[in-house]
Each structure stands twice: as C-alpha cells, then as structure tokens.
Design a protein around this ligand. Structure first.
Ligand SMILES: Cc1ncc(COP(=O)(O)O)c(C=O)c1O
Length: 448
C-alpha cells in the first residue's frame, strides 16, 4: 500500500477537521510550522490527547511521541506533578496580577540555581520574545548595533533575527562571508546592515570578522548546539573561541538555549560544554510544556533591566501559570540520575537506528546528545548549513518519516528538525520504536 493510501485510511477524522479548520484558521493550523509546506503532508494530524510519552490522534491512532510539541514536552504529556502545581496555583491565587509575587521569586531562584551563568532571570512568553529582548539589551548595553548570527540557526520570528535560517546558498554568497537573507516578506531590508551572518563551526571566518569589525559588534548570537538544522554539535574549541573573542572585543555572547535549555543537562548546553555566555534565552522545556520563556544572565548583563532604563515589558510576563510551571518543572528536573538515565535511553535509540540503517546499506549517521538527536541521511558529516543544504538527502528522510508515522512513531517530517526523547520515555518505547524502524528502513532500503 502506498503512503498516501495508508495515511488517508488512518486519518479520516483528521481530514474532516482539517477541511473545517481551513475555513476559519489560515492554512488550517495555528503556526506556519504545522502546514503541509513545512512537511506535514498531505495534511497535519489532528491530535486528541497526550499522556507521558504517547499521543493519540482524533482517529484513535496512538504514537510514541518524539515530536514533543516541537520540544516543550520535556516531561512528556500531562506530567502529574507539574499539572497539579499549575492547577493548584491558578485555583489558589488567580492567573495574572500585573504586579510581583512570591512564587515568581521561587521560580527565578530555582532557574538561577540550575544554570551555570545565570545570576538573574526575567520570565516572558515565547522564545522569540526572549531573543528579541536579549538582542536589544545587548545593543543598549554596548551602544553598538551589529549582531552576528549564523546560517542554519533559528532564533524566532522577530525582524531583527529572522534572517538566513534555511537560506538558498545561491542567494547567500560565499560561505566564508555570507550575505544576510531575510526569511520572508515583510522583514525590512534596512535591517541587513545591522547583521553579520557567518557559517557556523568555521573558526577562520569568525576570527577574520572579529579582527575587522570586533569593536562594532554588540553581540554574537548562537545556538550553542544547533537543533534547527537537524542536529549539529559544536566542534571542539568553537564555543570557547566565541567566548574568548567576544570578551576580547567587548561584545556580548548570547546563547539561545530555547531548545538546549534543561534538555540533556539541567544546566543546558552551557553546563554540558562548560562555556558561559553573558545572556541566555530559554523557552521550550523550562515550563515542562506550559507556555513560558525566559531571558537571563549575569547581574552585570541584566543591569539595564534592573535599573529600568531598558524596558523589558509584557502584560503576561511571569504570570501565575508560568511561575507555577517553572517552579514545579525545576523540582522534577532535580531528581538525581534523571538526565544520565534518559541520555542513555536516547543514545540506545540513536545507536539502534544507526545500526539498523547500516545493516540495510543506507547512508546515515546520528548526531545528538541522547535526549535530542537527528538521524541524518547522508554519506558525510554535516558541520553547518551549507553542508546540510548540499549533502543531506531530504527525500530519503521523507520516506523514513512516512514509513514510521504509519507504524505509530511520531517525529517531525523534516530532516532539519530533531527527534526529542522526553525524561519519561521508557525502554519499552525504545524497543517498540526500533522494531518499527527495522520494518520502515527495510522499505526505504528496497526503494533506494
Ligand atoms: C533556538 C530557538 N530560538 C528561538 C525560538 C523561538 O521560540 P518560540 O517559538 O517560542 O517563539 C525557537 C523555536 O523553535 C528556537 O528553536
């Protein structure tokens, strides 16, 4: 049976909801990332409920969930402790005061205690907001306007940073000195002059830029490990180089830990790699699935927010739902041995998938850190966006996704995303996934 036929048979109720949704919701879904043009072909699956590591669609199909809401469901769906903390807090206090309160301090104290570079933190509503705040704060603090960012990284949808994510290399110039390319209509072209875009994991072009323009640079903004072009880890010494050069030229280093934060180590990528930024942004993960984000840093880096001369505002900042969710999530994440156990589980899955692909003669490799990784279909290592655009076989990935989703394993249909393993996935989930992969990759191998 073809994928299209199998999908249509499994998704009768989904299809009806999709047709209904399109009438009142543009594209039929609440985010561009959920539309067919972003991989969810022929239409996105409509979900009914999630519990732990499993999610069920409106047709009653159950999936082992490695999409995890695109990352936030770090504790799986409906974690009992966090769900209770939030519902209790809402019943006891309300949702929003427009004034500070004690639970906010408790949540901030726990986040600061968990993340190495943090001395202070402000809560906000989305990763895009947190990044927007960090970037403007860096400009205000340094009195400079240039922001350095890297091709293939994603930092949210704000005008200042919505550039050169998955850019066509033909439009972006040479890899040692790319030109910024806006990622969609409506982004003011004038902002191009406020950005320098570089190729990641390329020390030479970074050092050359710093020598030439280091004193003009307000901040270097990076995912400390890239999870928006599949998974690409920093090469040894690269993050240290970013730290050393930004310090040397008086620029701020911003780690966008929206994906990496709390995911494979409680203190995020900065704990894992042992490099401390000036400012850090968080979102997915920090609230165990509830909508909350944060921007934090050293007391010095947060100085202008503290004295009120930089306006970090937001009606819903640090509302009760957010602070209850953060506080309870931090408690769950403090369980001794949790990360070690789940990284080992994720590694078993990643290694298992690679070994199945090898057995079947499919060119593939895995890159990741246990609780988040990608299976790249390629015959060579991917070090940055240019490599990914040139050498990753998206059509093979699509067939792998299709054969897995109809076998009850859900992850993002695009190779430039990831598989997320929550802190509640079990050995049974991994066994079932590897069994499904055995069959799915057999089909893929026959077609190649
Ligand atoms: C690294 C990174 N930064 C920022 C964002 C934007 O976060 P949000 O979608 O919460 O606005 C994302 C979202 O995927 C992300 O992966």
């Amino acid at each position: 049976m073809t994928f299209d036929t199998a999908y249509a048979e499994r998704t009768v109720a989904t299809k009806a909801l999709y047709e209904r949704a399109k009438l009142t919701i543009p594209g039929g879904a609440g985010s561009t990332a959920r539309l067919p043009r972003n991989g969810w072909k022929p239409y996105p699956i409509f979900m009914a409920e999630g519990q732990g590591s499993r999610i069920r669609d409106v047709d009653g199909n159950e999936y082992i969930d490695y999409l995890l809401g695109l990352g936030p469901m770090i504790l799986g769906h409906r974690h009992p402790g966090v769900t209770k903390a939030v519902t209790d807090a809402v019943s006891e206090y309300g949702t929003c005061f427009g004034l500070p309160y004690e639970l906010e301090i408790e949540a901030a104290e726990k986040v600061v205690a968990a993340v190495p570079s943090l001395e202070q933190v402000r809560f906000t509503n989305s990763g895009s907001e947190a990044v927007g705040t960090a970037v403007r704060l860096a400009r205000a603090t340094t009195g400079r306007r240039l922001i350095v960012r890297f091709e293939g990284h994603y930092h949210g949808w704000q005008d200042t940073v919505y550039w050169s994510n998955h850019v066509d290399p033909k439009l972006a110039g040479p890899s040692n000195r790319p030109r910024p390319v806006a990622m969609g209509g409506g982004v003011p072209a004038e902002l191009e002059s406020t950005l320098v875009v570089l190729t990641w994991n390329d020390p030479e072009s970074f050092v050359a830029l710093m020598e030439e323009r280091g004193h003009e640079i307000a901040a270097v903004l990076t995912e400390p490990a890239v999870f928006n072009t599949g998974c690409i880890l920093p090469e040894p010494g690269y993050l240290e180089l970013l730290r050393e050069q930004t310090t040397k030229y008086g620029a701020m280093l911003i780690f966008d830990e929206v994906i990496t934060g709390f995911r494979f180590a409680r203190g995020g990528a900065q704990e894992w790699f042992g490099v401390n930024p000036d400012l850090t942004t968080f979102a997915k993960g920090i609230g165990g699935g509830f909508p909350v984000a944060a921007v934090g840093g050293t007391t010095e880096a947060m100085r202008l927010i503290a004295d009120g001369t930089y306006s970090h505002s937001g009606t819903y900042n640090a509302n009760v739902i957010q602070c209850a969710a953060v506080s309870a999530t931090m408690d769950v994440l403090a369980e001794p041995g949790l990360y070690e156990r789940q990284r080992a589980l994720g590694d078993r899955l990643a290694r298992g998938l690679k070994s199945i692909a090898d057995d079947k003669g499919i060119d593939a490799y895995v890159e990741g850190l246990g609780t988040v990784f990608q299976l790249w279909f390629t015959d060579r290592p991917i070090r940055n966006w240019r490599d990914a655009a040139a050498y990753a076989h998206e059509e093979v990935f699509t067939r792998w996704y299709e054969e897995m989703v109809v076998r009850g394993v859900l992850f993002h249909p695009l190779q430039f995303e990831n598989l997320f393993v929550s802190l509640v996935h079990t050995d049974a989930d991994i066994d079932q996934t590897l069994n499904a992969a055995e069959d799915a990759l057999s089909v893929v191998a026959r077609e190649l």
